[in-house]
Design a protein around this ligand. Structure first.
Ligand code: FE2
Length: 327
């Protein structure tokens, strides 16, 4: 019997999933136990619940898979730090989060009543984006597929696309920090007066009521790269964002995640005054929501074009497609 316990920890929507002999035996988010939406921290109750659902002894778990790899893209991170000299705050926040992730062995051992020396060598660090794509592709009905993940950030990456084939996943392209479609959508969500973690769905809903009158105004905020051998890519105009400056408070310590304001006053110069949470929703806000929705689709279509290139290289006659869109 092969049992793999996967966890997402110290991030919004902390959760666990258990796969036994290639079949999903249990999966649950920690928020179901804490009753706090998007609960971050370590999913202690979730890991115990997964084992209970399967009737499995913790000693029988062969691998503990963590959906983060603190060692991923170290050269990219170092190069970025050298080039841009990020603030002490940003470096401190990243070091703290890296330390927390590294403490996963201790937290897992505590949650399952196992010796930490038993858990530590069984931990598999899985880079965040391949973990997203694996969760989409390996449970899909296709033997081969183009796979894509778009989120805020994970292990310094915000967007990636890959070719899935059998038991393999080959990453074909990535968009790295600080450029992120998730960060673009978060900025517009906060600007429209929805400050809580996970509020993006409200902007998606609001978009249906408006017309995308601000899509042209937003066009320079996301710059699309021409499709080339590296696939479709994009960059943010960073004048509109603060997330890369280290001046944004973020809390992933247990409880509801908190992310400080990620947009700058430049956005108000572009779109007009931001909406405060207590202010009424006006047609202008609906139009901006519709425009954000339309703008966020531009890089996605570029990624789709990259899939076509990937499919061409793989020589597939009629491939399927699996997509993971997550935070
Ligand atoms: Fe993610």
């Amino acid at each position: 019997m092969a049992a793999v316990l996967g966890i997402s920890a110290y991030h919004g929507d902390a959760a666990a999933a258990l796969v036994v002999d290639g079949r999903l035996a249990g999966a649950v988010a920690e928020e179901r136990f804490t009753r706090v939406k998007h609960w971050a921290g370590f999913p202690s109750e979730a890991v115990r619940s997964c084992l209970d659902m399967a009737g499995l002894d913790p000693w029988a778990v062969e691998h503990f898979a963590v959906a983060r790899d603190p060692r991923a893209h170290l050269a990219k991170k170092a190069f970025y730090a050298l080039l841009h000299g990020p603030s002490i705050g940003l470096l401190r926040d990243r070091a703290r989060n890296r330390r927390r992730v590294s403490d996963a062995a201790t937290a897992l051992a505590d949650a399952l009543g196992l010796p930490v020396d038993h858990v530590r060598p069984r931990i598999q660090w899985v880079e965040h984006h391949p973990a997203h794509m694996a969760s989409a592709f390996f449970v899909s009905p296709w033997e081969e597929a183009a796979v894509c993940a778009l989120d805020g950030f994970g292990d310094f990456v915000s967007t990636s696309w890959a070719v899935g084939s059998g038991r393999r996943l080959k990453v074909m392209g990535r968009v790295h920090f600080p450029h992120s479609l998730g960060m673009f959508y978060l900025a517009l969500t906060q600007y429209l007066g929805f400050p809580r973690y996970g509020d993006e769905y409200k902007v998606m809903g609001l978009a249906a009521y408006g017309t995308p009158d601000f899509a042209e105004a937003l066009r320079p905020v996301i710059r699309l790269d021409d499709l080339n051998d590296n696939g479709g890519s994009f960059e943010l105009d960073l004048r509109y964002f603060r997330h890369h400056t280290g001046g944004v408070d973020m809390t992933w310590d247990g409880g509801e995640p908190v992310i400080g304001r990620v947009w700058t006053e430049e956005l108000e110069r572009l779109l007009g005054p931001a909406r405060r949470p207590e202010e009424p929703i006006e047609p202008r806000h609906e139009a901006i929501a519709a425009s954000a929705q339309r703008s966020s689709k531009r890089p996605r279509s570029t990624s789709s074009a990259a899939f076509t290139a990937a499919r061409g290289r793989a020589g597939w006659p009629s491939p399927g497609a699996a997509r993971s869109t997550a935070s």
